[in-house]
Ligand binder design. Structure first.
Ligand code: BGC
Length: 381
């Protein structure tokens, strides 16, 4: 029996018994641990799973919202530090927060006025962002308790999360069955595979809303992070952050991140789009044809040397630099999250696609399978 087979059997047995699994020293500290993380207001039990790879990198995910609570990444000295914003306890998430680490669905980002027409029928969604629907509505996937199962696979430690969204939930048509698999590889990658099926045609746009600070969570703003996005165009927005429908070249604008540029370098420029977003809060049109898994963006933090690369099968990425963080969230270790203390790279289809026939379609139909993959890879240089 190979080492991998032995590990897989031990893991299966131990997870069934509801205890932690840790591998022997032959594979470092590789394993999955499960612990109780509290209860929701309506009494549902919530767990926290911590995946650890052979290098000691850790990713902790709670079954509440599928939220990435902790993610460690190496610096130049190979010190792993937590680089995502979040809370130590479930209560922090239950009290309300701006989607820290969460799985976002059914529809990531905004649908204008919470309305769309599909196959001749108009649908009205729950609105939760002024007159618009944002990130799935009042009780989006970020607030659901997901079913979870851990496993050791050839690719790494996995956590499979499942949920069902009822027909009509938040105004969306069709019973949607969703699966999200988090895989932590021994190459310090967090891979996220999203799949879903429906029994009625419906829009769907799933993403993860982790806020990163590669200098370490709670260490200040992200304006010195150097960002590269492989996008010649972005989707400009109106004052309500709804795309106008235009695909605008980034050339000659503060939105040109085709060469690595500090996020803060042009953020105060006199630019209408930056004013509407209060900084960067825009969807970038990735330079790709088809839906292969390709490098969309990378971020470099010069002090620690940490790098994050983002690969995706999706056509877009929302670059949001924490413009709405205002110090009201006290996070892990008592750290206060102030203005622009974290940044998100939310891989996605374009916002408001159900109302923009020229954008790539987000409609999933019965008999089809929704399937996207995003990989966040960490190293230092
Ligand atoms: C949106 C922002 C929003 C943030 C938190 C981002 O995806 O683009 O406008 O404030 O999520 O909800």
């Amino acid at each position: 029996m190979t080492h991998w087979q032995k590990s897989a059997i031990t893991l299966a047995a131990t997870l069934v018994l509801g205890v932690s699994f840790m591998c022997s020293s032959a594979c470092g500290s590789e394993g999955i641990a499960r612990e109780p993380f509290g209860h929701t207001a309506d009494g549902k039990a919530v767990d926290l799973y911590t995946l650890t790879n052979a290098n000691g990198m850790e990713v902790a995910v709670t079954t509440y919202g599928g939220i990435v609570v902790k993610l460690t990444a190496p610096d130049r000295q190979d010190n792993y530090a937590d680089v995502v914003l979040g809370f130590d306890k479930l209560e922090g998430y239950l009290a309300g927060h701006p989607y820290f680490g969460a799985i976002v669905g059914r529809y990531g980002n905004r649908i204008a006025k919470g309305k769309f027409t599909l196959d001749g029928k108009q649908y009205t969604l729950a609105t939760n962002n002024g007159e618009n629907a944002l990130h799935g509505g009042l009780v989006g996937f970020d607030k659901k308790v997901w079913r979870a199962r851990g496993a050791l696979t050839r690719e790494g430690m996995t956590l499979t999360l499942n949920c069902v969204s009822a027909d009509g939930e938040e105004g969306y048509p069709g019973k949607l069955e969703v699966k999200v698999v988090y895989t932590l590889t021994n190459d310090d990658e967090l891979k996220i595979d999203y799949t879903a099926t429906t029994d009625k045609a419906t829009p769907i746009n799933l993403t993860n809303h982790s806020y990163f600070n590669l200098a370490g969570q709670g260490t200040g703003d992200i304006l010195g992070h150097e960002l590269t996005i492989d996008a010649d165009r972005f989707t400009p927005v109106d004052a309500g952050l709804i795309p106008t429908g235009e695909l605008r070249p980034v050339e000659g604008t503060p939105f040109d991140f085709r060469k690595g540029t500090a996020i803060g370098a042009r953020i105060e420029a006199d630019d209408e789009q930056l004013k509407f977003g209060g900084g960067y809060d825009h969807n970038f049109v990735l330079n790709k044809k088809g839906n292969d898994l390709t490098l969309a963006a990378s971020v470099y933090e010069p002090k620690t040397g940490r790098v994050m690369e983002v690969y995706t099968t999706e056509p877009g990425v929302q670059f949001y630099c924490g413009n709405f963080l205002d110090g009201s969230n006290v996070g892990k270790g008592g750290k206060v999250y102030n203005f622009r203390n974290g940044m998100c790279l939310e891989t996605q289809h374009f916002p408001n696609s159900p109302n923009q026939p020229d954008f790539p379609s987000t409609i999933l139909r019965p008999g089809e399978e929704y399937r996207t993959t995003t990989v966040y890879k960490f190293f230092a240089k």
